[in-house]
Design a protein around this ligand. Structure first.
Ligand code: FES
Ligand SMILES: [Fe+2]
Length: 404
């Protein structure tokens, strides 16, 4: 200790002898039986785009579980535990038919809900096959995404809908995308190599928009973000919003409202065309496992407009394609979030006044972890379809210029 200020000891700052630091495991662990893993399992999670689910089985990894997703030849999507219940080979090599998926090894046939329909090597096709059930999860399709519910079946909620994605005009369509930072792939979820919490924190962090995206190396989104905002964070029924107000050069008062919705959903207004008023997309920060995540997005777009998915290009390159020197020259969300490590060490954070939104998010997550652990249903989980429409406030909003 070098000195003391107002009675408080001040560290001399040496890195020597610093204590071991650790993630906040209550939030960071997503596997079955973990506190946040159980919370996340109470909500529908988008695990694939509808287009990517075909009669060719593929692996998806979500909430620390490896699963097989496929679409039977009647068009029904299925999500099954991959190890065949007979003797454990993977259904990845299975053959899909109208009825379901047949294991390659001895042909046991399972439907999309895991019921065993045939055991061809057993007398009469399996006299006890009705008691056999390959572990399965419910799935539903909406907005071009396949949603899975990995929680207890007796607590399965209604699949939510979002007002900004409803009632499309004739010239509009919904586009869906699953992937992180321009990474793409066919055989597994394309992933970013760090915890979903890093992106989840980022959603309620309007100040990094001013620094990282606007003033640190240059303008990555709208140039108006280089004005320091006046920020208000407020709780909603579904989570937290921020309102970041800026006085624009043309005299208009600009209010950018962004939303975080329990437990891992964001709706961010268009960051490039800030004249687009309402946010047109919903994105899930989807935990793949404790130290990998991906993003699933459903966006309302005018037909024929080019896709904006697959990552933003800087100097013609996706983030994943840049050299190390280019990453250093123009860091963006990927560099800042990957730079926090595979899972941030929350015990050594120094949360400050600008982190109020993140503090509110984490408090809600922890309260709801407790609700689930005590046998209750968390917020934003509804069993009545009439209550399943979520109203999104996010957008770029303006007041007319004030008269001088
Ligand atoms: S291991 Fe699948 S049918 Fe035998
Ligand atoms: Fe960002």
């Amino acid at each position: 200790m070098a000195e003391a200020t107002q009675g408080r000891p001040v560290s001399d700052g040496s890195a020597y002898g610093r204590s071991q630091q650790h993630p906040d495991w209550e939030l960071a662990s997503v596997g079955p039986g973990t506190p946040c893993g159980e919370l996340l399992r109470r909500y529908w999670q988008p695990v694939a785009t509808s287009l990517s689910v075909t009669d060719r089985p593929r692996y998806v990894r979500v909430l620390g579980e490896a699963l097989i997703i496929f679409r039977d030849k009647k068009g029904r999507p299925g999500l099954l535990y991959p190890r065949c219940m007979h003797r454990g080979t993977t259904l990845f090599y299975g053959k899909v038919s109208e009825e379901g998926i047949a294991c390659c090894y001895h042909g046991w046939l399972f439907d999309v809900e895991g019921r065993c329909l045939r055991q061809p090597c057993e007398p009469d096709g399996g006299r006890n096959r009705e008691v056999a059930r390959q572990p399965w999860y419910p799935v539903e399709e909406c907005y071009g995404l396949v949603f899975a519910y990995l929680g207890p079946l007796d607590r399965k909620p209604v699949l939510p809908r979002y007002d900004i994605l409803e009632e499309l005009g004739r010239d509009e369509e919904i586009r869906a995308y699953v992937g992180a930072f321009g990474a793409t792939g066919d055989n597994s979820l394309p992933v970013a190599p760090y915890s979903w919490l890093h992106m989840n924190d980022n959603v309620m962090d309007p100040y990094h928009v001013y620094v990282l995206h606007s003033t640190f190396t240059g303008v990555q989104f709208a140039p108006q973000f280089a004005l320091m905002p006046e920020v208000d964070f407020f709780a909603t029924d579904e989570g937290v919003c921020y309102s970041a107000k800026r006085k624009l050069d043309d005299g208009r008062a600009y209010d950018r409202i962004s939303s975080w919705i329990m437990p891992n959903i964001m709706s961010v207004p268009n960051p490039i065309d800030i004249n687009q008023v309402r946010s047109n997309m919903i994105t899930w920060s989807l935990p793949v496992d404790d130290s990998h995540f991906t993003m699933a997005t459903a966006a309302r777009m005018a037909k024929g407009t080019p896709d904006m998915f697959g990552g933003i290009r800087l100097n013609g390159k996706l983030w994943g394609e840049m050299t190390e020197a280019e990453h250093q020259a123009t860091p963006g969300d990927y560099e800042a979030q990957a730079g926090q490590g595979p899972i941030s060490l929350h015990s050594e954070e120094h949360l400050a006044s600008s982190d109020r939104g993140i503090i509110m998010q984490r408090r809600i997550l922890k309260q709801q972890i407790k609700v689930v652990a005590e046998g209750g249903d968390p917020i934003c989980v509804h069993f009545d379809p009439a209550r399943a429409l979520v109203k999104i406030r996010s957008g770029n909003f303006y007041n007319a210029p004030q008269a001088a």
